[in-house]
Every structure is written in structure tokens, then in C-alpha cells.
Design a protein around this ligand. Structure first.
Ligand code: MLC
Ligand code: AMP
Length: 497
């Protein structure tokens, strides 16, 4: 058997819908064997072997999802990449992962082809790979894969150094999907509005895998548009989103109990949902958002209950098959109940390590398979986990992670910059807005526009600062360390009102 592929395609009845395209046409579960067979044959024809990485940087489309399924079916390793990454950023991922094949948009193939063997797929699901698939046979003998085989590598930025490829196995993804189906009570009758990107864990594994492992269906949209999602609600039963989805929905006058009454479950994750947003959403719709907590390396770790209190400002108890504990962030010693410390998790969801980085893997695991998440939290008397901060210097903007070090390194290389500090400030739409504070030593005539222009070729748009501020010197503590907390306090109101 092929654990993940069989799990994803084994639950939906042949005639049941899997995916509704924007034009209203439908892919049914019964179509998947032939469709993924064609794409698997196309991949095999391009030389992809079991265990090879297939790097995919393409716009969201149903064909992109079929490509994911076909990659799993052929026993290869799916490597999704954010479409916002620049060629400079892409070069690192390709060099590190050494994929046998890179699937990219035809518009950028000229540049990407310098990095490796390419084939193409565009936003409409067309391209050289799609053409090969269209003329390929539907028959394909599924490659056997067991729980410990790799299904995907997802890159996650590091607080130090370059991004790390989190190796996710068939066992990891299958266990997490099945646990969530049960916990969130998904059945074949569910219809999920799928408006998340599919190059990250949330849209690809939580949304897609859970839906497929329940034999349910998705209304598939290339990106999130609050007005459109609101219009789709009467035909759906569930929505998964990052907090920005919910703040943008709250800006819609049409968000009422009537408009949302068919939805049985609103789920939020990937970034903290403000308790205020949680309460406002309930006041406007009568619906209580279910917040859960996860990360690329682990999939989902905790969730507020389906039945039972969904408490604002908490991420709920650990999932039934996940163990979670709090340890002293410095010494690693266990903490007493209710105390704040480093969140550590263990379970079948926890990844197999970082691709070709044994030292980094060893540094982030403790004996017994406990993974150090880098998130700070506590467990209350009811067993609910509260995330109170991050032990890692990380900004989450609209659900996307931005590592300040990476942005600072690019800024520091610009002429006229003495040093820089990149911080996240409260942002009404994005949760946190990436903000650069640049020290010029009182000299130079660097402008915000010039800095942003210089970064535009080097960093994905979401990593680029929303604002750039100039100071003579950065504040430092007695140890000589830049006081980011003080900078955050000083500029706290930058994006307000
Ligand atoms: C887009 N832009 C962003 C941005 N997304 N800038 C900062 N942060 C973001 N998240 C840029 C655009 O390129 C554009 O640039 C400008 O900001 C405004 O675009 P927009 O139209 O407002 O953006 P939009 O396309 O609506 O995207 C916003 C968003 C999207 C929140 C809907 O980013 C999104 O879908 N985020 C979800 C990310 C996600 O799936 N995270 C899960 C990671 S997995 P310009 O040049 O036009 O100004 C994970 C584990 C877990 O964390 O627990 O789930
Ligand atoms: P990523 O590396 O993109 O997978 O991001 C994972 C990180 O997102 C976690 O380590 C947390 O810091 C954060 N995160 C995910 N879900 C939540 C949540 N519900 N509340 C707070 N932070 C979250």
C-alpha cells in the first residue's frame, strides 16, 4: 500500500464530489485514480523516481493539487514553495533539496531552468507538465510507501542561518489528518471553502488532507476574497483560515447570523487569533471560532474542542495522540502546572528531522522524541494551552512567517546602513506588520523608497517591510544586545488608526 495516497483517496465514494472549480465544474473522487495516474505517468516520463524531490512553485490550481497527489502516488517527495519567493530565494531551496524536477510557472521558466530540470504549470492548470499528463495513460501502478517514508519536505525559515527542510513522512501526515477528521467531526457531507494557499501546511495538509480523509469536498478558490467567501457560505459547512481571514470577514457588512448559519465550523490557526476578534465574530454571527495550534514541523498539536468550550485566547488541549509539556526555556527542566515555559511536543505528527541537517535536528529534539517548538506557553487547570509568546525571533504576517534575521541581513548589506532591527508591530489586517528600524549613524540620505526598492528583487513581498524607520543608533542593553522589546514599545502605534 501507499499509506498517504490510499488514505487520501480511499474514503470518498466514487460519485462524490472532491473539488468544485471556480467555473462550477467538479472533480469527483472516482476521477482521481485516472487523473493522478496520468500525472504520475507524466512525472515518471520526466525521470522522477521514488524518493526524488519534486519542487513545485506554481499558482494555486486544482491541477497543482493533482500534482501533489501524483507525487505522493509515485513515491516521490513533494516540495511546495511559496509563489512569492524570488529567484534569489529559490536558488537556495533548489541547491539544498536537489530536486529531480522543478515545476514552475512558464513565465519564469527561463530563470528557473538555470537551477535544474524544469517543467511548467500555470495558474490555469496549463503548461508543459499538464500537456504531458493529458496525453499520458491513466493506468499507473501505485508505488508502495510505509509510515516512515518521506511524503513531503516543507521549508521553514530558521532563526539563525538558512531555511531548514522539515521532512514529513507518510505516517506524520496520515496520523494528523485522521486525528483531525475525528476531532472536528468531518464527514462526507462536509463542504469546505478552500481559500488558503497550498504551498504551506495549513492549506495543503490541514485543509486538503483532512477533507480527503473524510471523503468530503472543497469549493476551491485561488485566493482569499472576503466578499466572495461570504457569498459561498450558504453552500458550505466549514471554513479554515488564518486570523486575517476573520478580521477581513468582520469588515463585511453582510457578516450576519443568517449569512453564516450553514457553517458548522469556523477554524483559525497559523497565527494568534486576538481574543477580541474571537468575541467580535461571535457577537456578529453567533458562531464561536475554533482555534488550533500547529507548525510546519509537527502539523497540528492542539485544538479547542468541537464539543465543549472554545476559549478565546487559547489554542485548546493537546490532540488525543499528541503529548505536550512545558519546560524551562533556559535549563530545559520540567515546569510546574500553570507556569510559562517552552512548549515541547511528542507524537506521530512530529516530523522526521531537518533535511540534511543532523546537527540542527539533534539540537531541536530531546530524548524520547520531544520536539522543542520555540513557542512559549502554559497549560491551565482545564488542560488548555495558552501561547504567550515566542522564544524565537519570528514575525507572523497574515499567517506567513518572516524571520527578522533574514531581512536584517539584506538591509545591512545596503550602502549607508550601519545596522538594522526588524520587528513586528501590531497591524490591524496582518496581525503583525514587518517593520525595519535602520541606524544610519546620523549620516547618509537613505530613504524608505530606496530601501524598499533595493529589497524588492531579493525578498518575497510578504517579507518586505511595510514601513522603514530611521534612527541614529539602535537602543542596546548593558550586554550590548539590541533592545527589540523597547523598539516594539516605542513604535507600538505605528499601524493603528
Ligand atoms: C500578501 N501580501 C502580504 C501577505 N500576503 N504581505 C504581508 N503578509 C502577508 N501574509 C502582500 C501582497 O503581495 C500585496 O503586495 C500586498 O501584501 C497586499 O495584498 P493583499 O491582496 O492584501 O494580500 P492577499 O493576497 O489578500 O493575502 C493576504 C492573505 C494571504 C492573508 C489572505 O497572505 C494568505 O492567504 N495568508 C495565509 C498564509 C498561510 O497559509 N499560512 C499558513 C502557514 S502554515 P503589494 O505589493 O500589492 O502591496 C502554518 C502552520 C499552521 O503556519 O499552524 O497552520
Ligand atoms: P510555521 O513555521 O509557518 O509552521 O509556523 C508555526 C508557528 O506559527 C508556530 O510555531 C507558532 O508560533 C505559530 N502559530 C500557529 N498557530 C498558532 C496559534 N493558533 N496561535 C499562536 N501562534 C500560532
Amino acid at each position: 500500500m501507499n499509506l498517504l495516497f490510499d488514505t487520501l483517496t480511499g474514503f470518498g465514494a466514487a460519485g462524490a464530489p472532491f473539488l468544485e472549480r471556480p467555473d462550477g465544474s467538479v472533480i469527483r473522487y472516482g476521477d482521481l485514480d485516472g487523473l493522478t495516474g496520468q500525472w504520475a505517468n507524466a512525472l515518471a516520463g520526466l525521470g522522477v523516481q521514488p524518493g526524488d524531490r519534486v519542487a513545485v512553485q506554481v499558482e494555486k490550481s486544482p491541477e497543482n493539487l493533482i500534482l501533489y497527489l501524483a507525487t505522493v502516488r509515485i513515491g516521490a517527495v513533494f516540495l511546495p514553495l511559496n509563489t512569492a519567493y524570488t529567484l534569489v530565494e529559490l536558488e537556495y531551496f533548489i541547491g539544498d533539496a536537489e530536486p529531480a524536477l522543478i515545476v514552475c510557472d512558464p513565465a519564469v521558466e527561463g530563470g528557473v531552468a538555470k537551477l535544474g530540470k524544469t517543467t511548467t504549470l500555470d495558474a490555469k492548470g496549463q503548461g508543459s507538465l499538464a500537456s504531458l499528463a493529458a496525453s499520458a495513460s491513466e493506468a499507473f501502478e501505485t508505488v508502495e510507501r510505509s509510515p516512515e517514508d518521506l511524503a513531503a519536505i516543507c521549508y521553514t525559515s530558521g532563526t539563525t542561518g538558512r531555511s531548514k527542510g522539515a521532512m514529513l513522512t507518510h505516517g506524520n501526515l496520515t496520523a494528523n489528518a485522521l486525528t483531525l477528521v475525528k476531532l472536528w467531526e468531518f464527514t462526507g457531507a462536509d463542504v469546505l471553502i478552500h481559500a488558503l494557499p497550498i504551498y504551506h501546511v495549513h492549506g495543503l495538509f490541514v485543509a486538503t488532507n483532512v477533507i480527503m480523509a473524510a471523503g468530503a469536498s472543497v469549493i476551491f478558490r485561488a485566493k482569499f476574497d472576503a466578499a466572495e467567501v461570504l457569498e459561498l457560505m450558504p453552500r458550505a459547512t466549514a471554513l479554515m483560515g488564518v486570523p486575517t481571514f476573520y478580521t477581513r470577514l468582520l469588515d463585511q457588512a453582510g457578516l450576519t447570523p443568517e449569512a453564516t448559519k450553514g457553517i458548522r465550523l469556523f477554524i483559525s490557526g497559523s497565527a494568534p487569533l486576538l481574543a477580541e476578534t474571537h468575541r467580535e465574530f461571535e457577537a456578529r454571527t453567533g458562531q464561536v471560532i475554533l482555534e488550533r495550534y500547529g507548525m510546519t514541523e509537527t502539523g497540528m498539536n492542539t485544538s479547542n474542542p468541537y464539543d465543549g468550550a472554545r476559549v478565546a485566547g487559547t489554542v485548546g488541549p493537546a490532540l488525543p495522540d499528541v503529548a505536550l509539556r512545558i519546560s524551562d526555556a533556559e535549563s530545559g527542566a520540567p515546569m510546574a502546572a500553570g507556569e510559562i515555559g517552552m512548549i515541547e511536543v511528542q507524537g506521530p505528527n512530529v516530523f522526521a528531522g531537518y533535511w540534511r541537517m543532523p546537527e540542527k535536528t539533534a539540537a531541536e529534539f530531546k530524548p524520547g522524541g520531544w520536539f522543542i517548538t520555540g513557542d512559549l506557553g502554559k497549560i491551565d487547570e482545564a488542560g488548555y494551552v495558552h501561547i504567550v509568546g515566542r522564544g524565537k525571533d519570528l514575525i507572523i504576517s497574515g499567517g506567513l512567517n518572516v524571520y527578522p534575521k533574514e531581512v536584517e541581513a539584506e538591509i545591512d548589506a545596503l550602502p549607508g546602513v550601519v545596522e538594522s532591527a526588524v520587528i513586528g508591530l501590531a497591524h490591524p489586517d496582518l496581525g503583525e506588520g514587518v517593520t525595519a528600524v535602520i541606524a544610519t549613524g546620523g549620516k547618509g540620505n537613505l530613504t524608505e523608497e530606496a530601501v524598499l526598492a533595493a529589497l524588492s528583487e531579493r525578498l518575497a513581498r510578504f517579507k518586505q517591510p511595510r514601513r522603514v524607520l530611521f534612527v541614529d543608533d539602535l537602543p542596546r542593553n548593558a550586554m550590548g544586545k539590541v533592545q527589540k522589546a523597547l523598539l516594539r514599545e516605542t513604535h507600538a502605534g505605528l499601524y493603528r488608526g
